[in-house]
Design a protein around this ligand. Structure first.
Ligand SMILES: *[C@@H]1O[C@H](CO)[C@@H](O)[C@H](O)[C@H]1NC(C)=O
Ligand SMILES: *[C@@H]1O[C@H](CO)[C@@H](O)[C@H](O)[C@H]1NC(C)=O
Ligand SMILES: *[C@@H]1O[C@H](CO)[C@@H](O)[C@H](O)[C@H]1NC(C)=O
Ligand SMILES: *[C@@H]1O[C@H](CO)[C@@H](O)[C@H](O)[C@H]1NC(C)=O
Ligand SMILES: *[C@@H]1O[C@H](CO)[C@@H](O)[C@H](O)[C@H]1NC(C)=O
Ligand SMILES: *[C@@H]1O[C@H](CO)[C@@H](O)[C@H](O)[C@H]1NC(C)=O
Ligand SMILES: *[C@@H]1O[C@H](CO)[C@@H](O)[C@H](O)[C@H]1NC(C)=O
Ligand SMILES: *[C@@H]1O[C@H](CO)[C@@H](O)[C@H](O)[C@H]1NC(C)=O
Ligand SMILES: *[C@@H]1O[C@H](CO)[C@@H](O)[C@H](O)[C@H]1NC(C)=O
Length: 420
């Protein structure tokens, strides 16, 4: 994926690898752009029961630019002893498992390694807890801090009933929704303090433990899902995405299935394959990517230069809600203005100030990138203030160095193809 080309990052990444060795088994288990980013899962025991405890489990998305899209997260762990889940609120175990030993009260799940998912929006209020029931979908903190956390409540039986006898669950795995996440062991931390909304009362968890999960693009090694096209007002050629950026149409080992717009089977193809299918059904193009980002240098005046960014959806059956774009360009700063999208300079560890996040604006309805078709694109304009010392149209300076869609790097045209 070309991370060997990241000149600024190298020393700090090496440093972080050395630092991380005590907590990660694999030195690959982080994202080079966001080395401290993580998803933290916290268990707060809030009461003891005759045979165990009730815990509130909270998951916080601390990844800088990676959200959890539909169909949402799923979490799995292995019980240390013979624990069972009597009851859950705001989430559910996907399988009950073998509860045949129980008479009378039947547990919610008797699996040794339960998988838990969020409930769907519209769950009755008496089955909800705060932050639940979003179908497992979480945004990033930058996009919407109120939607970057999830919670559920679990009542555990056949467990310890004091903070010395509880055995922590082991072997956490997280899918959010795909693979690429590595979770460390659960660690006991200082018990959480809860403050009531009116700030008049403070309660303390009886016991708290945390699990930290990190994401690695290297662990996934998935095919790209996005590519970049470039153009400029001073040259009317559009530099296309490299052929086969995300796959090839025909006879090769990388060929993928695709559909042509207007074919008779399109409607049935789109609906037949179910909504939980993570692989997009793409429109046939030379690049075969489900999404494409176009960067057009529109205008150049004395003090400013202007760019139009268009994100196009080439997939059927996939709604990219709460999408985000990361753009790396030397000219981003706090005087850049963006019309049509939200904009924030990201202070990522390895990159001080040349990476910005762009994402849709809810009231303009461009926070959802619609499927392929006439409405399947979103657009915004970027206005950069010129720094005379560095501005030039030479050597592709006006074009971005890297673009990520939903956290995954997009395939760029080769530098010698840039318009000049
Ligand atoms: C996880 O992210 C949080 C928030 O950024 C940070 O405070 C914490 O130190 C991180 N944990 C690890 C193990 O990196
Ligand atoms: C941990 O979980 C993974 C996947 O759920 C499983 O393949 C592995 O065997 C488990 N390891 C232990 C020690 O339970
Ligand atoms: C267990 O509870 C005792 C008494 O409340 C407390 O002093 C101790 O710190 C707790 N230990 C843990 C690991 O939370
Ligand atoms: C594709 O098929 C054509 C005709 O069968 C063949 O000439 C060509 O080499 C094939 N291309 C690849 C990449 O296999
Ligand atoms: C679309 O549907 C038709 C008929 O159901 C099927 O033959 C074809 O393989 C499907 N194409 C894709 C890309 O799923
Ligand atoms: C995509 O979004 C539209 C509009 O919100 C909705 O009607 C449609 O069902 C969504 N499709 C999928 C596959 O989620
Ligand atoms: C922009 O950043 C510079 C340098 O970091 C700072 O001095 C200036 O106050 C900032 N301006 C605004 C409007 O935030
Ligand atoms: C692409 O378009 C489809 C159909 O309108 C839509 O369901 C999907 O959300 C769109 N994808 C993005 C990234 O907006
Ligand atoms: C426009 O850019 C292309 C490279 O992308 C180059 O081949 C072509 O000569 C340029 N045209 C002009 C008029 O400069």
């Amino acid at each position: 994926m070309g991370f060997s080309q990241l000149p600024k990052a190298t020393p700090s990444i090496l440093f972080l690898v050395l630092l991380s060795c005590t907590c990660f088994t694999s030195t690959d288990a982080y994202d080079p752009l966001d080395p401290n980013g993580n998803i933290t899962i916290k268990w707060d025991v809030i009461s003891w029961t005759p045979d165990g405890y009730v815990a509130v489990v909270t998951m916080n998305n601390f990844l800088a630019f990676r959200h959890i899209p539909s169909p949402g997260w799923s979490m799995r762990w292995t019980w240390a002893k013979k624990e069972v889940i009597w009851n859950m609120v705001g989430g559910q175990a996907t399988e009950q498992g073998d509860c045949s030993k129980f008479k009378g009260n039947i547990p919610h799940s008797c699996k040794k390694n339960p998988t838990v998912v969020d409930l769907l929006p519209g769950t009755p209020y008496n089955q909800q807890v705060a932050n639940c029931c979003k179908g497992g979908v979480l945004t990033t903190l930058v996009q919407d801090p109120t939607k970057a956390a999830a919670s559920f409540q679990v009542s555990v039986g056949r467990a310890g009933t004091t903070n010395r006898t509880v055995k922590l669950p082991k072997n956490f795995t997280l899918k959010a929704p795909g693979p690429g996440y590595t979770c460390g062991p659960a660690k006991i931390v200082r018990p959480t303090k809860f403050i009531t909304p009116d700030k008049r009362r403070v309660t303390v968890a009886l016991m708290t433990w945390k699990v930290v999960c990190t994401y690695s693009q290297f662990l996934v090694r998935k095919t790209p899902t996005c590519c970049v096209t470039l153009s400029s007002f001073h040259n009317n050629t559009v530099v296309p995405c490299p052929t086969c950026s995300c796959g090839c149409q025909r006879n090769s080992s990388r060929s993928r299935r695709c559909v042509n717009p207007g074919t008779p089977h399109l409607a049935s193809n789109v609906t037949s394959s179910g909504t939980n299918n993570l692989s997009p059904l793409v429109q046939c193009t030379k690049h075969m990517c489900p999404t494409q980002v176009h960067w057009h240098v529109m205008r150049n005046s004395k003090k400013y230069w202007r760019v139009k960014v268009t994100v196009t959806n080439f997939s059927y059956r996939m709604n990219y809600s709460d999408w985000n774009l990361l753009v790396q360009h030397h000219n981003f700063n706090n005087r850049t203005q963006v019309f049509g999208f939200n904009y924030k300079l990201l202070a990522l560890d390895a990159y001080t100030n040349d990476i910005a996040m762009l994402w849709g604006i809810k009231s303009r309805h461009n926070d959802i990138l619609n499927q392929a078709g006439p409405k399947g694109n979103v657009q915004a304009e970027l206005l950069f203030r010129k720094d005379k010392a560095t501005f030039t149209f030479d050597k592709g300076w006006a074009f971005p160095r890297r673009i990520y869609f939903n956290g995954d790097i997009c395939v760029m045209p080769p530098p010698d193809a840039y318009p000049f």
